[in-house]
Design a protein around this ligand. Sequence first.
Ligand SMILES: Cc1cc2nc3c(=O)[nH]c(=O)nc-3n(C[C@H](O)[C@H](O)[C@H](O)COP(=O)(O)OP(=O)(O)OC[C@H]3O[C@@H](n4cnc5c(N)ncnc54)[C@H](O)[C@@H]3O)c2cc1C
Length: 230
Amino acid sequence: MVKAKIREIIQETPDIKRLILELDKNMPFKAGQFVMLKIDSERFDKLIPTRAYSIANAPNDKFEIQIIAKIIPDSNFSQYLDQLETHEEIEVQGPYGRFTLSDKDKTTEVTLLGAGTGVAPLVGIMEYALQNNIKSHLIYCDKTDEDLINIKQFDELTQNRKITSKILTTRDKDSKRIKCHVTKEFLKENLPTRKGLFYVCGPLEFVNNVVGYLEELGIEKDNIKTERYG
Ligand SMILES: Cc1cc2nc3c(=O)[nH]c(=O)nc-3n(C[C@H](O)[C@H](O)[C@H](O)COP(=O)(O)OP(=O)(O)OC[C@H]3O[C@@H](n4cnc5c(N)ncnc54)[C@H](O)[C@@H]3O)c2cc1C
């Protein structure tokens, strides 16, 4: 267990906060892993369950991890996370998970497919890929334009040709993005490559559907990594 101080809180979208955490000691992790967050029971005078959160940045030597958390009203955990302020402490357990990109993967290309907060670990994987000359392609789907997470960085990297991206929205009739779900037809037309590794993260149904489509399109099971959020 590592203690972390909340260095900065950024309102990322109307219901999503990005927390920048400063760890009190080094916690080596791989891009794409997650941690369990624990709030001290004394803070709200009650026992709050721990929750899993992906690390939304690449490994670094600054003892820093970033968390992208959806704040859900009346929830068991995130409503309390929402009330914490900068300089407060939180406990971090981990890192955990095999949804990772590291030098062991020996790939030159990754395709990252995410929905909602499932984009969080993909941000860390993309940053690692950029640092290591691995080509990244992003397919990211969310509800509306204003729900899009980390979109400024995605747009800038796309404009500068550092990554390719397809950004989709499903519930915004005025959206400036591609208005559809990630369907098999969409992937057939838009999958930028069949090579390298594929990372799929988000709600259970999204991940199961997308993995099925990728396999139907000829991507080998062994080249698909998944993280299911529920
Ligand atoms: C490996 C892993 C990594 C995860 N990483 C992240 C992450 O980076 N960011 C993040 O926000 N969550 C992440 N989650 C989900 C997270 O752990 C919690 O389950 C979620 O945030 C809800 O916790 P809660 O106590 O606030 O809400 P709960 O009290 O558990 O749930 C309240 C209600 O909200 C619904 N709900 C829960 N999560 C979501 C969601 N993301 N979107 C829409 N509705 C939801 C539930 O179905 C329930 O009806 C991850 C889960 C796993 C397993």
